[in-house]
Design a protein around this ligand. Structure first.
Ligand code: MN
Length: 225
């Protein structure tokens, strides 16, 4: 046993649908611009570049049903409804054909974004970390084990529909995303991958309840206190 100068931080975990055990979270990767209309609303041209990635720290995780404070340093907090892949096996340089075997399960997620800081970072050619990887920026429902058939993805704010798409509308499939990401880093059990959001991203204000729903998965719901 290694002596520590202060107690180690607890492992971040998420509930698992239908099982008492929880899923330990290692790292959180996120894909940018993975739906045509959202790519256009962000000022890009779909299909012109391979998938790119950014990250959030594991302790940015917020469990569905939580209330969180409006984040500091922003006046334009945005929701991004996304399918999240939970990785269950190690793998590097995997092919698209081998990628599905690395998937442990899936969850609904909300990639909360400080859109104003992201716009500033883009303009200044600076990193997105503080626009994307801030405290409590990764809202997640329970992880459901097994494969993910095509399904409808929706985001509502106080019951009003803001985003709606089919998972099959993604430019890069989950297998293609895993194959591409595994060229850049070795993936490990516990890693989560947010797969990108469709069009319709928009602001959240204090008092709003934002719900990300994917057929067959627990919703990822958060209230801004
Ligand atoms: Mn996103």
């Amino acid at each position: 046993m290694v002596a520590l100068v202060f107690p180690a931080f607890p492992t971040v975990t998420l509930p698992v649908t239908g099982r008492p055990e929880r899923f330990p979270v290692r790292r959180i990767f996120c894909v940018g611009r993975n739906y045509d209309e959202h790519t256009r609303e962000m000022g890009g041209e779909p299909g012109t570049e391979p998938p790119f990635f950014f990250t959030k720290p594991a302790d940015a995780v917020v469990e569905s049903g939580s209330r969180i404070p409006y984040p500091t340093a922003t006046a334009n907090l945005h929701h991004e409804a996304e399918l999240v892949i939970a990785i269950g096996k190690s793998g590097a340089m995997v092919t698209e054909a081998d990628a599905p075997a690395m998937i442990w399960g899936h969850a609904a997620g909300n990639d909360l974004t400080r859109r104003d800081l992201q716009a500033e970072a883009k303009a200044a050619r600076r990193p997105w970390d503080m626009a994307k990887g801030f405290d409590k920026s990764a809202v997640l429902g329970a992880i459901r084990p097994g494969p993910m058939p095509d399904a409808s993805l929706r985001c509502t704010v106080n019951g009003a529909l803001r985003q709606e798409a089919r998972l099959s509308d993604m430019i890069w499939s989950p297998a293609a995303i895993i194959a591409a990401l595994s060229q850049l880093v070795s993936l490990s059990p516990g890693d989560l991958i947010f797969t990108g959001t469709p069009a319709g991203v928009g602001p959240l204000k204090r008092g709003d309840t934002c719900k990300v729903e994917i057929d067959g998965l627990q919703s990822a719901t958060v209230t801004i206190a």
